[in-house]
Design a protein around this ligand. Sequence first.
Ligand code: LLP
Length: 418
Amino acid sequence: FPHFHFVSGELHVESLALSTLAKQYGTPLYVYSRAAIGQAWQSYVNAIGSRRVLVCYGMKANSNLAILQEFARLGSGFDIVSDGELARVLKAGGDAGKVVFSGVGKQAWEMEQALAAGVKCFNVESVAELHRLSDVASRMGRLAPVSLRVNPDVDAQTHPYISTGLKENKFGIAIETASEAYQLAKSLPGVEVVGLDCHIGSQITEVSPYLDALDKLIALIKELSGHGIHIKHLDLGGGLGIRYDDETPLDPSILLNKVFARLDSFGLTHLELVLEPGRSLVGNAGVLLTEVQFLKPTADRSFAIVDAGMNDLMRPALYEAWHGVLPVRPRSDFAPTQWDVVGPVCESADWLAKGRMLAIEQGDVLAIESAGAYGFVMAGNYNSRPKAAEILVDGVEHHVIRERETFEDLVRGEHLLR
Ligand code: LLP
């Protein structure tokens, strides 16, 4: 992965040895590369060229303030799903005018905050939400800019838990009823139709599901203009896959070239395009460092018990996700054997990797790869485990962008009986 490499037998991120960071800050530890984030951003910039595209970083993938600050500096917008995410964007110096607000369960007070901040668009996911938004905006004497998130019923060929564009999913408005919903939107006093939105899933490695969705959206845009409803921007969501193991990631330029060609051929060159990539911007920019506590060979299988668990990185437990495991100082003095890398949490689902060939000993530090997206943000405190610290490396420098939690953090807000 770019910016993670071996230098004299030691895994480095940019110019720093990961073992040094593990020693200084302890484990488990999330470490990100600023250059890797910049490089992933640049691949979108290159793909966009001179076209009108707003990239709204899907910040649920990694919402550390320093990471958001970096995206804001790069000129990114943000795809948010809660008032908490909006507050983070504003605190990190992001531009509310480049924020799109997604999510199926927006509350009235969240809508108020977003309207007051002046977000670019609300991606509305149901007719009931449209009514609530219109009411809130009217009460404030405002007009809320909206896109309807349409569910195009396409198969993104990804894990069922992260597929969102099939009709059995809770997301979006069924494409068959979208035209009706747009006409309702047009008639409501507090909303103004500005766009059309969809997001079909995550970790997508094929172009075809996007193009299937795009074709359906283009047909809808034509139908809407027949009703006097004119869309200014088209939001295709996020979802571009990355390499964890041997997947071929979906390059933004391959996708966008096809999308531009299709839009041009339908005379839709004037449309602004919005994208909401999360994983593809940060996924391979981070690792989770963890130390081997015990080696426990059993009759059935051999366990390497490490100090990071499912509370630190939930993806394996939740999706049986595959993450690469690399010792930061690989050993060549003995042959690798097969290990299940498991955490200290009291659950059998608490594993990080299974059946990996590793030459390891107690005390060794391992890097769990591709942990920059949906890693720390999904962490919890189960088993009263404090959340890990986060470090951003920048060349030879590094920044502590989140301190390790303490016992005081764990019990903050709790009260003993009087
Ligand atoms: N836009 C919307 C409306 C979304 O729901 C998502 C992700 C994104 C954008 C960003 O998608 P990305 O480019 O990152 O694929 N926790 C799961 C992934 C859940 C994705 C949820 N929605 C995982 O660890 O694989």
